[in-house]
Ligand binder design. Structure first.
Ligand code: GSH
Ligand code: ZN
Ligand code: ZN
Length: 191
């Protein structure tokens, strides 16, 4: 298949480092780059096929992970940031000039509130957690991928050892449903 899944997947996955404690992200501008400093590695790093997550040019998927929002600071050119869609659950802060998304933040009541969504390929440092799974895989059809190519796309994730899901992984879906249940008044013993 001609299409790139994502540069961090296409040629096999490079494992991250458990001792890696963060680094800097930069947008794609040639000058006056927006710079984000992360004082943490990412968790739940994954490929996302949805239409809203930022993808590098020519790739079918985004790679996105989370960090505690307290670990995120804008350290240069903050004035170039703007929120892509203020109504979305994840408020994606993008560079107004190059379009790269620097971080996504949740302000409403949500199981992932307190975590920011980031793309570690925007960093030159090595050691970031490697992708753990692929989510929202079927969503690439909504952006024009042919339905008959989906088996091939899923096979390419399997070939590098990643499970594919059409929403999120079971761990994350269980977290979301637990939050929803607790909000409705259900109490779980021994959680
Ligand atoms: N099929 C839809 C799925 C969009 C979607 O639900 N994306 C997920 C994964 S990032 C999400 O949590 N979205 C919340 C948001 O974008 O604010 C699309 O591709 O646009
Ligand atoms: Zn930029
Ligand atoms: Zn997404």
């Amino acid at each position: 298949m001609a299409h790139s899944i994502h540069p961090l997947i296409d040629n096999g996955i490079t494992k991250g480092s458990n001792s890696f404690a963060g680094g800097k992200l930069h947008c794609h501008c040639a000058s006056d780059q927006v710079e984000i400093t992360l004082n943490s590695n990412v968790a739940h790093n994954h490929a996302c096929g949805c239409s809203k997550c930022w993808k590098p040019c020519g790739s079918l998927f985004s790679i996105v992970g989370v960090v505690p929002r307290d670990a995120v600071s804008v350290t240069a050119n903050e004035s170039k940031l703007s929120i892509v869609d203020k109504e979305a659950t994840i408020q994606r802060n993008a560079c107004k000039v190059c379009g790269v998304h620097l971080f996504g933040r949740i302000e409403r009541d949500h199981p992932f509130k307190g975590l920011d969504f980031v793309h570690v390929e925007l960093s030159d440092e090595k050691g970031w957690q490697e992708p753990q799974f692929a989510g929202f895989v079927s969503s690439i059809i909504e952006q024009g991928s042919h339905p008959k190519e989906m088996d091939q796309v899923r096979a390419r994730f399997k070939a590098v050892g990643l499970q594919t899901y059409d929403v999120l992984s079971p761990v994350l879906m269980d977290l979301i449903s637990t939050f929803t249940a607790q909000k409705s008044g259900i109490r779980f013993a021994n959680l």
